[in-house]
Design a protein around this ligand. Structure first.
Ligand SMILES: Nc1nc2c(ncn2[C@@H]2O[C@H](COP(=O)(O)OP(=O)(O)O)[C@@H](O)[C@H]2O)c(=O)[nH]1
Ligand SMILES: [Mg+2]
Length: 446
């Protein structure tokens, strides 16, 4: 589903038929956004008609793709303001988005711009496209996929330097695939934080495939390598839709990006048409509660907290209650991450799980561990610790941007067999994206 559920269909129809000419004509032409009073002067009205007709024509002739449409909408607009709102409304109207939903979308975006203090289109264009892609259910569209791939490729640049560039060098100076080659490959993988066990498994199966397929060229090897990497990632399991509210328990050590990841996931969910509630289960520090509340306001989701020092299990229980009473369909529960008092933390997390399961059988539906890629092999030991003590369903790997230790993705997947569902490629909302093993392998080795 999407923020604008009906639009996705219209879009996909346009996509398959490739008949932009069929783009619907807006029911009523609107001169401006909410705040603009209806113009009285006839000349003003006809000027408005004029730009709308031109824009509509331009949209109809454009390739039916989000980035292209956004280009047309933003042509000649450099800053946020009435002109931009009018055009956005016009686009949504042309896509037959019901007025109320369009208003909700535009108002939400304006609030975000105010919060973030953004004014120039160049500062927020990307976020606008991200929001539209989610709201229109178009994240799978080729444009968005290639935008993500670029981001991924860019984010992985240091890991690539550590891994693929060295593999390339090794290939260019090696003469065939002898003992020496495999030893050096092993060393490269281990230095890139792939981990000992994963490296051994990977090199073994590569060796076997090179022999079987009689690979002799560097290109041939790289192809095999990429294939082998891509198939190492466990698929994200298909999940049965839970009885609402769906409860997501967010786990992870302090500083890994847990709170900001909750904000990013809640933002995604909201843009996709869900109504999320964020619960402040990290009651250890007052600052953690405040930080989360600011995020909830920014993202425009519900928020539940008790005072600092409160029992986190009680927070979880009461948040569940609130979600039921107020029809939230998704609850993200933040938790503490102080690792130096390990046993207490694990007991605290287990208790949250027990209380949830007792009061909402089947919940928490997802226990997500957030791990920081820059910690390399530490990420693996943290994952093991949480899995053994609390149980895990998914991993979100943050801070892949700017680290050379991105090889840890492979270790987590192969050694622990846990699906990585999202990766963090930066601090912006749009920098958290679904993980896809194929793209990852391609971005890493291309
Ligand atoms: N570069 C980068 N920074 C991130 C990413 N995810 C989180 N951060 C930053 O990491 C810091 C700690 O995040 P926070 O959510 O407070 O961590 P928590 O202690 O686990 O709740 C913040 O400055 C975030 O902006 C990411 O994917 N990339
Ligand atoms: Mg936090």
């Amino acid at each position: 589903m999407g923020f604008f559920s009906r639009v996705g269909k219209l879009w996909k129809r346009n996509q398959t038929e490739k008949t932009a000419q069929e783009a619907p004509v807006p029911e009523q032409k609107r001169a401006g956004g909410e705040e603009k009073p209806p113009s009285t002067a006839a000349t003003e009205a006809s000027a408005a008609e004029d730009w709308q007709n031109k824009l509509l024509q331009s949209l109809q002739q454009a390739e039916p793709r989000l980035s292209v449409w956004l280009d047309r909408i933003l042509q000649g607009v450099d800053t946020a303001g009435e002109e931009l709102w009018s055009r956005l409304y016009f686009l949504l109207d042309s896509l037959q988005v019901p007025r109320e939903e369009a208003q909700d979308f535009v108002e939400g975006f304006r609030k975000w711009l105010r919060d973030m203090d953004y004014d120039q289109v160049e500062e927020f264009r990307s976020e606008l496209q991200y929001r539209l892609a989610l709201a229109l259910d178009l994240e799978d569209e080729e444009d968005e996929r290639s935008r993500l791939f670029e981001k991924l490729s860019h984010g992985l640049s240091k890991t690539k330097e550590q891994l693929s560039r060295r593999v390339d060098q090794l290939l260019s100076r090696s003469d065939g695939f002898g003992e020496q080659f495999w030893e050096e490959l092993e060393e490269i993988l281990i230095t890139a934080d792939v981990g000992f066990k994963t490296t051994t498994t990977l090199v073994d199966s590569l060796q076997k495939r090179v022999r079987e397929q009689n690979t002799t060229t560097a290109e041939g090897f790289k192809e095999l390598f990429q294939e082998e990497l891509a198939q190492m990632f466990p698929a994200s399991p298909k999940r049965i839709k839970p009885i609402p509210p769906e409860i997501v328990l967010m786990l992870g050590v302090n500083g890994v990006g847990k709170t900001t990841t909750i904000a990013k996931l809640a933002h995604r969910a909201r843009m996709q048409g869900y109504k999320p509630l964020i619960a402040a289960g990290d009651t250890f520090r007052a600052a953690a509660i405040e930080q989360l509340e600011i995020w909830a306001q920014r993202v425009g989701t519900g928020f539940y907290a008790k005072s600092s020092g409160a029992d986190p299990a009680a927070v979880a229980y009461e948040a569940l209650d609130k979600a039921r009473q107020e029809d939230y369909d998704l609850v993200f529960i933040d938790t503490a991450g102080r690792l130096h008092t390990k046993t207490n933390l694990m007991e605290e997390l287990k208790k949250i799980k027990r209380v949830l399961a007792k009061n909402h059988p089947g919940s928490p539906h997802r226990s997500i561990l957030v791990v920081d890629a820059t910690t390399g092999q530490n990420a693996i030991s943290q994952t093991k610790l949480f899995r053994e003590n609390v149980g895990l369903d998914e991993i979100v790997l943050t801070k892949l941007d700017g680290t050379a230790k991105g090889g840890v993705v492979l270790g987590i997947s192969l050694e622990l067999g846990l699906p990585i569902t999202y990766i963090g490629l930066g601090e912006k909302m749009e920098d958290l994206r679904p993980f896809d093993g194929q793209s990852f392998a391609r971005a890493l080795l291309d």
